[in-house]
Design a protein around this ligand. Structure first.
Ligand SMILES: [Zn+2]
Ligand SMILES: [Zn+2]
Length: 489
């Protein structure tokens, strides 16, 4: 009896709520309705199942600026092709990129996202699955941060819209998708056209980061209004400015579903492979992947050069270093430069109690990176908060005790790579440790000549390069490569 009564009450309440829902549109829903109307109407939006975008522009290289306080280096983007399949929740984007300052540096990107599965396709057409963090980022970057799929998603019954507010002339609402992803949509207060999309994502170096995409230069395409200019900022960094020269609705012919082997592949987990080679008594090269480190033993402590790439790599290198001399504390990590692939382990190093040693121009950035919130993913430092200890080098510094002498110097670059770069020289062992100035696997002769001048100025008697990238190389070989390139030009 009691149960039946309850059921009746609940049904009546649901019926009342449904009626109220039909009768009254919330202010949030009104924003979506207005945006849909401005784009060409809900019906027109629903019948658009695919979108094909082509164009070009520029792409900023995040974390690779010459100094922490300078603009990002730019790539010129051409042959941009971005396909969005709204009906099946898929997207793929390919482009060619050429370094705006150095036309010999170029690459191409071919990235896909298929309903939660992210993959990259290499130049040979091989597709490789990416991790879930990348998949989450791609959902925003390739799919939701465009007015058409975003408003289409907001119109779905399974999405919720909340928190209407205004910012200058822009009206904002938060859209939460059926998958639990939240994206803020901003529409122009007058035209009601979408002007921005914002969402938070996790960046290993920057932690919790805001991605903001802005939409401008609307034009009519098959009865819909679509933006021809799309710009993106990550945190304070402009990372893309793209102009679309061709747009097509329901014109995509290409199959952009994830290949079956990508779908069935396991989500890749980060792995660190650390090899150990003693290059001189008490000096070890910790290699194994793309970015190496060097461990240097002193009378009563150990110091590392480079904690690169990622937390996984840095923690593995630190653990291996401690195993080599368990009796001596590992106290410091020299960080050659601020580029994100080289400073990817600094938060892990701080969490492990290491003092960072870097060029003075990197201090403010490293202090900021140490303090930034990492709540979307709790990294080692978020789990074990510690105050960052940072020592800086302006020009040239020597650490010396009874066992060892180690010189840490500013490279005074001039190569265009980094203005706040340090290298390390061990005078007794005649070993040079550097990152990104010389790589035996792809030597840059111009860069080699510039830094060789600096070596001569400092009076270094280098015998061997024990590098952060590439193989251990005798300095005679270095000079040979440099001189043959000079002779050829
Ligand atoms: Zn670099
Ligand atoms: Zn590098």
């Amino acid at each position: 009896m009691y149960n039946i009564g309850m059921t009746k009450t609940v049904l009546i309440l649901i019926a009342a709520a449904t009626l109220a829902g039909c009768a009254r549109t919330t202010p949030e829903q009104q924003v979506i309705d207005d945006a849909a109307e401005a784009l060409g109407g809900a019906e027109q939006i629903q019948s658009a199942t695919t979108l094909q975008l082509e164009g070009g522009g520029t792409n900023g290289d995040l974390g690779q600026n010459r100094a922490p306080d300078t603009d990002l280096p730019l790539f010129n983007v051409s042959e941009l092709r971005h396909t969005i399949d709204m009906a099946n929740r898929r997207a793929r984007r390919s482009m060619n990129r050429v370094d705006a300052d150095d036309p010999t540096e170029s690459d191409s990107q071919n990235w896909g996202w298929d309903n939660g599965v992210a993959y990259n396709i290499d130049a040979k057409g091989m597709a490789r699955r990416q991790n879930d963090m990348v998949a989450r980022e791609r959902q925003a970057e390739l799919f939701l941060h465009h007015p058409l799929p975003l408003v289409r998603t907001a119109l779905a019954d399974t999405s919720t819209v909340s928190n209407r507010r205004e910012e200058g002339g822009t009206i904002l609402v938060d859209i939460t998708t059926a998958q639990g992803e939240m994206v803020t949509l901003g529409i122009d207060g007058t035209s009601h056209l979408p002007v921005l999309a914002r969402s938070m994502f996790y960046h290993p170096n920057l932690g919790d980061s805001l991605r903001e995409t802005t939409f401008a230069e609307y034009q009519e395409v098959s009865g819909l209004q679509l933006p021809a200019r799309i710009t993106t900022k990550v945190d304070r960094y402009p990372v893309a400015d793209l102009t679309l020269t061709r747009q097509g609705v329901n014109a995509a012919a290409e199959d952009i579903s994830a290949p079956a082997d990508v779908r069935s592949a396991e989500v890749p987990a980060p792995v660190a492979n650390v090899t150990v080679q003693e290059v001189a008594p008490g000096v070890w090269w910790l290699a194994g992947q793309s970015h190496h480190s060097v461990l240097v033993e002193f009378s009563d402590h150990l110091e590392l050069v480079e904690v690169p790439q990622s937390e996984t790599r840095a923690l593995a290198v630190i653990a291996r270093a401690r195993e080599l001399r368990p009796g001596k504390p590992l106290t410091k990590a020299v960080v050659t430069h601020h580029h994100f692939d080289h400073s990817g382990g600094i938060r892990a190093a701080i969490a492990e109690g290491l003092t960072l040693v870097t060029h003075e121009r990197n201090r403010a950035l490293f202090e900021e990176l140490a303090k930034r919130p990492h709540t979307i993913v709790q990294d080692a430092l978020a789990r074990n908060p510690r105050e960052a200890r940072i020592e800086t080098v302006a020009d040239d510094m020597t650490v010396k005790d009874a066992m060892r002498s180690m010189r840490v110097f500013h490279v005074i670059d001039g190569t265009g790579h980094s203005d706040s770069m340090l290298a390390v020289y061990l005078p007794n062992e005649r070993i040079l440790v550097q990152g990104d100035l010389f790589n035996s696997q792809g030597p840059n002769p111009k860069r080699m000549a510039i830094i060789n001048t600096r070596f001569e100025q400092l009076g270094l008697q280098i015998q061997r390069h024990v590098p952060i990238h590439g193989a251990i190389t005798p300095h005679t070989e270095y000079l040979k490569i440099m001189r043959s390139a000079q002779a050829a030009s």
